[in-house]
Write a protein that binds this ligand. Structure first.
Ligand code: NPQ
Ligand code: MG
Length: 368
């Protein structure tokens, strides 16, 4: 396959409601899509970065810059480019996993479309639909939170994840448990706690949570291992897991009993599958996280979530959870599940009119 160039499409998609986490509030999803143009097919990918470097060290314009100046040009010299040659060609560049992931995904999509193979099949999927959970932001009040949770349960979501931070943890969790009884319930701190906050975290053991996600800073694997010896609730890591190597270290150290796999965070779907395989071998359940994706990123996540080790509902919510109008045919919640796309590659493309409405800038980066 010969890469002719990559279009960087910067988009701004209004969210249906502001999404508040311990690191900030998002009202508009500002990211980039890549359209990789090859001599055989075109492929799409969506970047996980946000407008500011609050979830991780990457941000949208930084990712666009490293893509245009370093990553895309590095593919010029690759003979017989395919999905598996992208990461090796980028290996000299440190970090920047969100940027690397979107480029690998766009090439992977083009590669699979050229071969007529769905991403789900290429990755080893075993399900036609995936169980769906929903991630709920920090609310202004407990009654408001209870309304939101009630709506999502009525829509059919199979598990609820509450964002927490110091000062918004035991009270909302207790209120949701008391109101809604024996639902599948978990929390995500996005690294907002410190080792000294252990009493706040131990207090969550009273509520039968499925897991506590990323309570401590990303680089504190040891702290998570120490916390895990005292906490009855399983710890799940998100921000700490950057590669199969860091997943192996976390498991060996006892830093987590469950892993959130986000392909963007680990540099792409191929590394994501390695982490899945590693976790399966160790008996560690995994689930697919989310980065407020449009249908482009969501389609690929749903394909991954259909692999056998994804035994817990993911943050793979329906399009309507985030957007009044998606870029693709909307993903719908049917009996608490999303259908896995069946077409070649990621199986979806942006609707041209809808894409034009939300496009802020387009830039063609030729590869020669
Ligand atoms: C998480 N996602 O699991 C993330 C956090 C997150 C669905 O809870 C812009 C870019 C906004 C990345 C908001 C969910 C974001 C973002 C939230 C990541 O930790
Ligand atoms: Mg998380």
């Amino acid at each position: 396959m010969k890469l002719e160039g990559v279009e960087i499409v910067r988009i701004a998609m209004p969210l249906v409601g502001a999404f508040r986490t311990s690191f900030g509030t998002e009202a508009v999803r500002e990211t980039i899509l890549l359209r990789a143009v090859t001599d055989e097919a075109e492929g799409w990918g969506e970047c996980g970065a946000g407008e500011a470097p609050l979830y991780s060290g990457e941000h949208t314009d930084g990712a666009a810059d490293v893509l245009r100046r370093h990553l895309i040009p590095a593919l010029a010299g690759v003979a017989d480019l395919d999905a598996h040659s992208v990461t090796p060609a980028l290996s000299a560049f440190k970090e920047n996993r969100l940027a690397k992931a979107v480029l690998e995904t766009a090439i992977l999509d083009a590669d699979l479309r050229a071969r007529g193979i769905p991403l789900s099949y290429a990755l080893g999927a075993v399900r036609r639909s995936v169980p769906s959970g929903v991630s709920i932001g920090i609310a202004d009040s407990v009654p408001e939170l209870l309304d939101t949770v009630g709506q999502h349960l009525a829509e059919g979501y199979l598990r609820i994840k509450l964002k927490i931070e110091p000062g918004w943890d035991v009270e909302p969790v207790r209120a949701v448990r008391e109101r809604f009884g024996d639902i599948m319930l978990q929390v995500d701190a996005n690294a907002a706690y410190e080792r000294g906050d252990i009493d706040d975290l131990l207090a969550l053991d009273a509520f039968g949570l499925s897991l506590v996600e990323q309570p401590l800073p990303a680089d504190d694997l040891l702290g998570h291992a120490m916390l895990g010896r005292r906490l009855a609730t399983p710890i799940c890591l998100d921000e700490s897991i950057l590669s199969a190597r860091s997943a192996a270290a976390a498991i060996e150290l006892g830093a987590c009993r469950i892993v959130n796999i986000k392909p963007a965070r680990v540099g792409g779907y191929l590394e994501a599958r390695r982490i899945h395989d590693l976790c399966v071998a160790h008996g560690v359940p995994v689930w697919c996280g989310g980065m407020l994706e449009t249908g482009i990123g969501r389609a690929a996540n749903v394909a991954l979530a259909a692999l056998p080790g994804f035994t817990l509902p993911g943050d793979t919510s329906a399009s309507a959870r985030y957007f009044r109008e998606d870029l693709t045919e909307p993903f719908l919640l049917v009996n608490g599940h999303l259908e896995v796309p069946t077409g070649p590659g990621i199986g979806v493309t942006p609707d041209p009119d809808r894409l034009a409405e939300v496009t802020v800038a387009r830039e063609w980066v030729p590869v020669r």
